[in-house]
Write a protein that binds this ligand. Structure first.
Ligand code: CUA
Length: 322
C-alpha cells in the first residue's frame, strides 16, 4: 500500500487471492483456472515420476567397479508405444479441458455494454457509451456482460486484469476486443503486460466493480462535471501528469508548472506568454510550440484522450499554482 503511493500506483489495498492467483472475478475465470490447474498438476505428476525414475536408475545402475561394462539394452516396442500414446491422450484431453473456456472467452454474447479503452505511454483512458472519459479508473457494473474495445495511440500495450483472467493486446491503428462479466463487487488492478518503455511498470489502472445502481450514480456524477481547480488537481493526478511535471517544480522532463500561468516562455516558435490558449495547445498537441531546453515528442498528445470540461478543470488547476 505504501509502496503503491510512492510509485504512484492505484491503491487497491489487499487483493484477496488463492495460493496462485487473485480470487476469480468473472464468469470465465473458473474455466481458465480449471485448465491451468489441470495442466499444472499433470506436469507436477510427471515431473515427480520422471525425475524420480531418473534418480533411482542412476543409483541402481551406477558403475560399481573399475572397468565394468555398460548393460546391453535393446529397444522395447511396448514401452515406446506406451510412452507415446499415453502423453498423446493426455494432451488431447487437456486441449478439450481448455477449449470450452477459450471459445466462451473469445465469443462475446450478443448484447454487451461496450467500453472503449485507449492505451498510451503510460496511461489508460476509458471511454463509456455516453461519452464519459475516465482516466486510469475503470468502473464497471457487476453482473453485466461487458466488452472492451482496445486501441493504442503509440506502441503495443497489453490489457491484463489478473482477477478477471483476461488479457488482450492494444495495438495502434486497429481495434482488438475482449469481453467478461464481473461477478463480485471489489477493487482490483489493471496492468499493462507488454513492455512499452520507461514507465511500463507503473502503467496501471484502478478497476472498481459496483452494483448496477451505484454504477449508474457514478456515471451520472461524471456528467455533472464542474471544471473547478480542485477537480483539475484530481485529473492532473489521474492523467499521470506529475510523472514529468511536478506541480512544485520537481519532475524534470517537462517545464515546471508552479507559476506557469502568465509566465513568458522561450519556445522553438518564439516567445509566448502562457495563457489559456497556449496551455490548451500544449496539452492537446504538445509539439506545436516546445519550450526551449525540453525535448519534443516526449509528451503524448491528449487530443481525443481528454474532454473539454476536463481540460478546463486542468487549466483552472494550473492557474491556481502560484
Ligand atoms: Cu504499456 Cu507496458
Amino acid at each position: 500500500m505504501i509502496l503503491g503511493s510512492i510509485l504512484n500506483r492505484p491503491d487497491v489495498g489487499e487483493i484477496e487471492h488463492t495460493f496462485w492467483l487473485p480470487n476469480q472475478g468473472t464468469s470465465v475465470a473458473k474455466d481458465v483456472d480449471v485448465a491451468f490447474m489441470a495442466a499444472m498438476w499433470v506436469s507436477v505428476f510427471f515431473f515427480v515420476v520422471i525425475v524420480g525414475a531418473m534418480v533411482y536408475f542412476a543409483w541402481k545402475y551406477r558403475r560399481r567397479t573399475e572397468g565394468e561394462s555398460t548393460s546391453d539394452i535393446h529397444d522395447n516396442v511396448k514401452l515406446e508405444v506406451a510412452w507415446s500414446v499415453i502423453p498423446l491422450v493426455i494432451v488431447v484431453v487437456l486441449f478439450f479441458v481448455g477449449l470450452k473456456g477459450y471459445v466462451n472467452a473469445n465469443v462475446p454474447p450478443g448484447d454487451t455494454y461496450d467500453i472503449h479503452v485507449q492505451a498510451q505511454k503510460w496511461s489508460w483512458t476509458f471511454i463509456y457509451p455516453d461519452g464519459t472519459i475516465s482516466p486510469n479508473k475503470l468502473v464497471l457494473p457487476k453482473g453485466r456482460e461487458i466488452r472492451v474495445i482496445l486501441s493504442s495511440s503509440d506502441v503495443l500495450h497489453s490489457f491484463y486484469i489478473p482477477a478477471f483472467r483476461v488479457k488482450q493486446d492494444a495495438v495502434p491503428s486497429m481495434y482488438t476486443t475482449l469481453w467478461f462479466e464481473p461477478v463480485k463487487v471489489e477493487r482490483t488492478v489493471l496492468m499493462c503486460t507488454e513492455y512499452c518503455g520507461k514507465d511500463h511498470s507503473s502503467m496501471l489502472a484502478d478497476v472498481v466493480i459496483m452494483e448496477q445502481a451505484d454504477f449508474d450514480k457514478w456515471l451520472d456524477a461524471q456528467n455533472k462535471f464542474e471544471p473547478t481547480a480542485e477537480k483539475g488537481k484530481e485529473l492532473y493526478a489521474s492523467f499521470n501528469c506529475q510523472t514529468c511535471h511536478g506541480a512544485q517544480g520537481e519532475g524534470g522532463q517537462g517545464p515546471k508548472l508552479q507559476g506557469v500561468f502568465g509566465r513568458k516562455e522561450q519556445t522553438n516558435k518564439g516567445e509566448v506568454t502562457v495563457d489559456e490558449q497556449y496551455l490548451r495547445e500544449s496539452i492537446m498537441t504538445p509539439s506545436a510550440k516546445v519550450v526551449k531546453g525540453y525535448q519534443d515528442g516526449l509528451m503524448p498528445p491528449f487530443q481525443g484522450q481528454m474532454k473539454e470540461p476536463q481540460l478546463m478543470a486542468i487549466i483552472a488547476y494550473l492557474k491556481s499554482l502560484k
